[in-house]
Design a protein around this ligand. Structure first.
Ligand code: DMJ
Length: 569
């Protein structure tokens, strides 16, 4: 299946070409990434002038787990407070009583390509193209730089490879999965002097390994997950037990960012699904206890507004900071998502989580909803010290899917109405752009003016990082309503990705300007979540089989890694 429009990205020059010689406008300075987490703070690998090396250095097999890492000299953190190294992170693995069992639902996943419809095959083709670029130019490294045909390191842990494991399993890419499994077995070692962000590495690495274990039944992934989980534990050694943002998985030194002792609220409250599941599988309660203590603490804190939380929390005092600012976007978003999903994961018995979620949805209705002109789109804005701003991150487009999931699990039917309205809005955030792809941030027009558009974009917000949230929500909306329009909208978005972000030599690139179809300005980066989330949700959206990862049996973590819903005790 070929893309509807020919790819318009330039054919990459040789790896050694200087960026400024590439077509597509003047060289771009690295732009700010509006991740849900903090800016990328992480150190490079010790020998990480490796970053951005050319393709020769990135040959298959040149994984991040080379001998140079082992026994690297201990590094002292240069960022603020630090805990003492904790030997406990290197304790031998503790086994659960009895052998942990992968999800019995695994066998339901059809891996026979003959069962895939045309749109699913188009997703498989897109995945293969993305994977080919990663395989050729970035094998074993964190992220592909598809235009320069090289790679970037963040944690030096093969992030894209781990984030992609369960997608390959679901798409039926057995050969690719087997090769990646081999890399995990032979090259993935965590005894490295490297700082990782607790949240990002939990949702992508721990979540990815746990899902790979459930789908494949292969113990290797659980062993790696337990090793990694142990190495994250020092992050919780703070005066308040609210974890630091960063932890060194080799030395066991944890610390907050350099400029503050605050952590991000979404980060400390969006690691619970993964740690709880790790405890369930290993029989070691320490993972679950650490994250549930955080959740209980946040539940009891003052400083909320009708269930809405501020964006920061202090690791010393345990109190919210920067009070009075409320958003469903970066730094708060997945707090709400994980209230609902933990409740579902635990078999809907932990009513406090459900009640906090219900209260927050009412808080959203009361304080954050707006209607645009002229199309009267319902959007989720932001509130800062009583001032409403009609600004909505694309990240907020996870919310229609989450609301629909809650309604499916018995929460009020009017949540589904709100989900539908917000889904329309997120679709329009894509549709109203010249490329058919959403900007990172949209502003909504509130005034009746001739020829005004509902969705407006500021120059600094025009980029698209290949994020999943719109197609994530389309997947949930289609599963629960069966309305074909949601599949058709996802199909349009897939074609836009193919038309404007596909790099001929392999991979897809984030772009700098969704409003310029003639020059979308490739930014030379394929985020791991494009394979981990975006393509997975598109594939599931195009499926008509509700038992393909049934939403009554699985709950997806915030990086799209499915984890089983626990059976009643
Ligand atoms: C992913 O890492 C996760 O979805 C996270 O929750 C938010 N940011 C990216 C995708 O946009």
């Amino acid at each position: 299946v070929r893309p509807a429009n020919p790819p318009i990205l330039p054919a990459p020059r040789k790896a050694e070409a200087k960026p400024e010689t590439l077509p597509g406008g003047p060289p771009q300075r690295p732009q700010r990434h509006f991740r849900r987490g903090p800016p990328k703070l992480q150190m490079r690998a010790p020998e990480s002038d490796a970053k951005d090396r050319g393709q020769d250095a990135a040959a298959p097999g040149a994984g991040a787990g080379g001998a140079g890492w082992e026994g690297a000299a201990q590094r002292t953190s240069w960022r603020g407070a630090a805990t003492e190294p904790e030997q406990g992170t290197r304790d031998p693995l503790r086994k659960a009583e009895g052998t942990p069992k992968p999800s019995p639902q695994a066998a339901r996943i059809p891996q026979d390509p003959a069962q895939q419809n045309e749109r699913q095959q188009a997703v498989v083709e897109a995945f293969r193209h993305a994977w080919a670029g990663y395989h050729k130019f970035a094998w074993g490294h964190d992220e592909l730089k598809p235009v320069s045909r090289s790679f970037a390191e963040w944690f030096g842990l093969g992030l894209t490879l781990i984030d992609s494991l369960d997608t390959m399993w679901i798409l039926g890419l057995k050969k690719e999965f087997a090769e990646a499994r081999e890399w995990v077995s032979e090259k993935l070692w965590f005894q490295k002097n490297v700082d990782v962000n607790l949240f990002e590495s939990t949702i992508r690495i721990l979540g990815g390994l746990l899902s790979a274990f459930h789908l494949s039944g292969d113990d290797l992934f659980l062993e790696k997950a337990e090793d990694f989980g142990n190495r994250l534990m020092p992050a919780f050694q703070t005066p308040s037990k609210i974890p630091y943002s960063d932890v060194n998985i080799g030395t066991g030194v944890a610390h907050p960012p350099r400029w503050t002792s605050d952590s991000t609220v979404a980060e400390v409250t969006s690691i619970q699904l993964e740690f709880r599941e790790l405890s369930r599988l290993t029989g070691n309660k320490k993972f679950q206890e650490a994250v549930e203590q955080v959740a209980r603490h946040v539940h009891s804190l003052s400083g909320k507004k009708d269930g809405l939380v501020p964006m920061f929390i202090n690791t010393n005092s345990g109190l919210f900071t920067h009070l009075g600012v409320f958003t469903l976007g970066a730094r708060a978003d997945s707090y709400y998502e994980y209230l609902l999903k933990q409740w579902i994961q635990g078999g809907k018995t932990e009513t406090q989580l459900r009640d906090d979620y219900l209260e927050a949805v009412e808080g959203i209705r009361r304080h954050l909803l707006g209607r645009s002109e002229p199309r009267k789109l319902t959007f989720v804005g932001e509130l800062a010290h009583g001032h409403f701003s009609a600004k909505m991150d694309h990240l907020v487009c996870f919310l229609p899917g989450t609301l629909a999931l809650g309604a499916h699990h018995g929460l009020p039917a009017d949540h589904m109405e709100l989900a539908r309205a917000l889904m329309d809005t997120c679709y329009q955030m894509n549709r109203q752009m010249e490329t058919g792809l959403s900007p990172e941030i949209a502003h909504f027009n509130l005034y009746s003016q001739k020829a005004a558009k509902d969705v407006q974009v500021k120059p600094a917000d025009r980029h698209n990082l290949l994020r999943p949230e719109t197609v994530e929500s389309l997947f949930y909306l289609y599963r629960f309503t069966g309305e074909r329009k949601y599949q058709d909208w996802g199909w349009e978005i897939l074609q836009s990705f193919n038309a404007y972000t596909r790099v001929p030599s392999g991979g897809y690139s984030s772009i700098g300007n969704v409003q310029d179809a003639r020059n979308p300005q490739p930014r030379d980066k394929m985020e791991s979540f494009f394979l981990g989330e975006t393509l997975k949700y598109l594939y599931l959206l195009f499926s008509d089989d509700p038992d393909l990862l049934s939403l009554d049996a699985y709950v997806f973590n915030t990086e799209a890694h499915p984890l089983p819903i626990w059976a009643p005790a």
